[in-house]
Design a protein around this ligand. Structure first.
Ligand code: NA7
Length: 550
């Protein structure tokens, strides 16, 4: 086995987080780093999620790194909501512009990470696929471990009865989370889609364009807002470049990091008349995208505001979808925003097409068998649909903790992360975990990342981690670890914030409720500005809530 020593930071993942962390620590600060990526390309979730219609649901001008004005100025997004191939071009541009390739190692899956108290170092075991298809084991040692493993990177693939027989008898199964690189041609095919979260909502209208028949299996309907995607206009690019700093400041100051929508300070009931409230919803609906989240600051808090937004969206669904039974089945009954709102292009209108059918109510009558030799889908109540030539599973992710569950992480005194998190994830600031010194988690539970524009959250996390390492080195400290007390307080705080909202009111992946057997804990923190402030304060107060060691 090859052993590589003397690294400052070992980084797991080469998505946006791993790339920026590598750039900042190595190129800017002169640390010796290595990032390990299981795929043969960088890009993380954007590399794996190649399904038809995959695109970012935040406006591209916002979903861009802002740490380097020159990068912002030179990059041209062509669409307001960049499609997956364009996001991958951006990823490749980052790699070449900042000469990151020598810092990244592809085809390399990290299987274990072990803290050694005597050397104060992490040792990680990497399985690297070589060009001739062999797997080589490597050991890497470094002072710091950065988990840039992504929060929507571990697919949730339910084990449906019948699926193996279906594949054996020539049926095709595709997962939105690991879509074939060569793409899929659905022309003339009878297709089933299971799942109506963001990936379903984005892919269903595109699949419907070529499929001969499309049947959508829905357990829970999604709230979705028209993205109103368009080619980026030259004046929008100019404006964004001129005002990047201002946009960035507004993003940092906004609870959900929306910089483009005009936020309103007043809660809905103080805002004005019914007509004015309706006009506000209408304005954001017309504007498109996730701006709808900031229609009123209490959208995720006050039942009356939530109900009003819900009624507004129901009205829109009923206006668009012609068949009354289908439109009713598409109307969600939980608070908007309780699951992440989607941004779509022609999603609801797709159900007006004669070859598209919705099968709803899977909560009451779950899928009993999917595919089988007859290529049919059968529900628990005995109803049958099909036959299908292809089945698309848009079944989401084991979010936020799934990627780490697959790595054997052992901290101080042999404690494993699996044990530490057996009742659900716990940490301090979303970044540090008690019992796991010198280990940082980017965009993990306990941080607001998944409730924000992820790029903004990643920038903040990566910079905090880099500043922390620099500060420790300056002070001659060799270790940092969250205290149990600070961690408990943080977990309590994250829960208290969630309890004051309507966000626990549905079975979302925020709660881990989409994965059978996963502990139900509300994982993200709502409110980016206060979080960011707290992270600064912790640093300013000499890493309050942490133990530093020489
Ligand atoms: P999501 O949003 O978790 O959606 C997954 C969908 O799959 C959702 O409708 C699920 O229903 C459905 N699902 C999952 N398991 C089953 C089973 N066993 N039977 C029937 N239906 C099932 O994942 P996405 O990939 O669409 O989006 C993830 C995020 O990416 C999104 O939030 C954005 O941030 C971008 P459920 O709702 O659990 O009842």
């Amino acid at each position: 086995m090859t052993i590589h020593e003397q690294f400052d930071a070992l980084i797991i993942g080469a998505g946006f987080a791993g790339l920026y962390q590598s750039h900042l620590l190595h190129n800017k600060l002169g640390y010796k780093t290595r990032a390990f990526e299981a795929s043969d390309e960088p890009g993380g979730t954007w590399n794996w999620n190649r399904y038809p219609g995959a695109r970012v649901d935040i406006c591209s001008r916002e979903y861009s790194f802002k740490f380097d004005k020159a990068l912002y100025n030179e990059w041209n997004w062509t669409e307001e909501f960049a499609p997956q191939p364009e996001l991958m071009n951006y990823v490749r541009h980052l790699v070449s512009r900042y000469n990151l390739a020598p810092l990244l190692q592809f085809n390399s899956r990290v299987s274990s990470c072990t803290w050694d108290e005597s050397t104060k170092k992490w040792t990680i075991l990497v399985h690297r696929k070589t060009d001739d298809g062999k797997v080589e084991e490597e050991e890497w040692q470094g002072r710091y471990l950065v988990l840039a493993t992504g929060c929507l990177s571990s697919p949730n693939k339910p084990s449906f009865a019948g699926l193996d027989d279906y594949i054996d008898s020539g049926g095709k199964v595709y997962y939105t989370q690991t879509w074939p690189r060569e793409g899929v041609d659905f022309k003339g095919k009878r297709v089933a889609v299971i799942g109506t979260g963001s990936s379903g909502v984005q892919s269903i209208p595109v699949i419907a364009e070529s499929a001969a028949q499309l049947t959508v299996f829905q357990r829970t309907p999604a709230y979705t807002v028209p993205a109103r995607n368009h080619l980026v206009r030259p004046e929008e690019i100019e404006d964004a470049r001129r005002n990047m700093e201002d946009l960035y400041r507004r993003e940092l100051d906004s609870p959900l990091t929306n910089g483009l929508a005009t936020p309103i300070e007043k809660f809905m009931k103080e805002y004005g008349t019914d007509d004015q409230i309706e006009a506000r919803f209408e304005e954001l609906w017309s504007k498109g995208g996730l701006n709808f989240y900031v229609s009123f600051p209490d959208l995720l808090i006050t039942p009356e505001t939530s109900d009003r937004a819900k009624a507004f969206i129901h009205k829109k669904i009923k206006e668009i979808v012609k068949d009354p039974a289908t439109s009713s089945a598409l109307c969600p009954d939980y608070p908007p925003g309780c699951k992440r709102i989607c941004a779509d292009t022609n999603y609801w209108a797709t159900y007006n097409l004669p070859h598209v059918q919705l099968v709803a109510g899977l909560k009451e009558r779950p899928l009993r068998s999917v595919g089988g030799r007859e290529k049919m889908i059968t529900l628990e109540d005995g109803s049958q649909y099909g036959p299908f030539d292809a089945i698309v599973c848009a079944t989401g992710f084991d979010a936020m903790t799934g990627a780490l569950d697959k790595i054997h992480i052992k901290g101080r005194n042999g404690i494993t992360l699996k044990d530490a998190w057996s009742a659900g994830p716990v940490n301090y600031l979303g970044l540090l975990i008690h019992g796991f010194p010198n280990m940082f988690h980017i965009a993990g539970p306990g941080s607001p990342s998944v409730l924000t524009n992820m790029i903004i959250a990643i920038e903040q996390h990566v910079e905090w981690i880099a500043d922390t390492i620099v500060a420790l080195d300056k002070a001659g400290d060799t270790t940092i670890e969250a205290t149990e007390e600070a961690q408990n307080q943080w977990v309590g705080f994250v829960n208290a914030v969630a309890d004051a909202t309507l966000m626990k009111g549905c079975n979302s992946w925020y709660l881990g409720a989409n994965v059978p057997g996963k502990p139900r804990v509300f994982m993200p923190l709502l409110g980016f500005p206060d979080y960011r402030k707290k992270c600064f304060e912790v640093q300013e107060k000499g890493f309050e809530g942490c133990v530093l060691g020489k």
